[in-house]
Design a binder for this molecule. Sequence first.
Ligand code: N2P
Length: 386
Amino acid sequence: MSPSRLSPIALALALAACGGSTPPPAAPAAGTDTTAATAAAPAEDKVLNVYNWSDYVAEDTIARFEQETGIKVVYDVYDSNEMLEAKLTAGSSGYDVVFPSARPFAQRHIQSKLYRELDRSKLPNWGNLSPAVLAALQDVDPGNAHLIPYMWGTTGLGYNVAKVRERLGDAQALDSWSLLFDPAIVAKLKDCGVGVLDDQQEGFASALIFLGKDPNGVGGGEIDAVKAAFAPVRPFIRYFNSSKYIDDLANGEICLAMGYNGDVLQARDRAEEAGNDIEIAFTLPREGAVRWVDSAAIPADAPHPGNAHAFLDFLMRPDVIAPITNYVSYANANAKATALVDKEIVEDTGIYPPDEVAAKLVDPRTLPDDENRARERAWTSIKSGN
Ligand code: N2P
């Protein structure tokens, strides 16, 4: 396992899961002249353009904000960091609030000056955030000047318990990436359907972890190794997609998915609510897995930065973020909200992994640009099967 498992974020998230400690009063971000910004701010239309991951707020979150503020929210969704990045780098996206994953995406967006500095004077709920998670994001966002940590989670495997057991038998351990990367195993799941995230970072990391290699490694033949890991199993993968698998697992259309933990647990809930009589389980493979942190930020050219601050502050309220966690099954980064999160969520080891599992989680590192580009090219060819 990689030494990166000992990174500060591991400790931070473990502390956040325990409710964290009392946060210190928030200091204004370095270099933020809040007085001038307030004085110069022109009046804004009562509109807010939000671009978020699909299935990442509660059913009533947006309506509550609209009712409380009179601000109309135009809400668009995406299912990959790459889609968000393409819009941000093209410029004039029109978005006021976006939700990039901290590593490597938000980190490089900050370096490219794509985000506005937060005005802490407009964020009175800042003090509710977990100080430990904020501290762990210092390398990504020095001074926590641009990002608000939103949710964090892991990437593992979701499966239809009955269908997978029927095909693999009772003796087969299901807590392993071999379900996806051992051709002899995944071949048996082809008929009931296998989905993989269309997420280069997660695709690479899971294959490298399965192979016992460091997912953050560079120059050690990683790209060829990942291509070689996918090649023999590619014929058994029905699709690469990062949102469709929630409904497909819930409806029995697929029986195995590489997925984000909360999404798989949402599939479990949807199957139950629909009375589908399908049991869905999430497993963090014993070989290890990736842990990620998603954040919220205001694009530098956001047309409604005042409304954006109001929305971010709303999201930092414990009575707003706890019901989101209860609905989407992702852990949030708000220390004050833990008391309002359902007991069954706090006790769900798929959401708050126990120490021995957490010790095997790896935090993605921002890789050199040329390595990243090479991985992107390799991912395209892996998906197309060439
Ligand atoms: C929400 C998926 C967000 C997790 N559907 C990806 N970081």
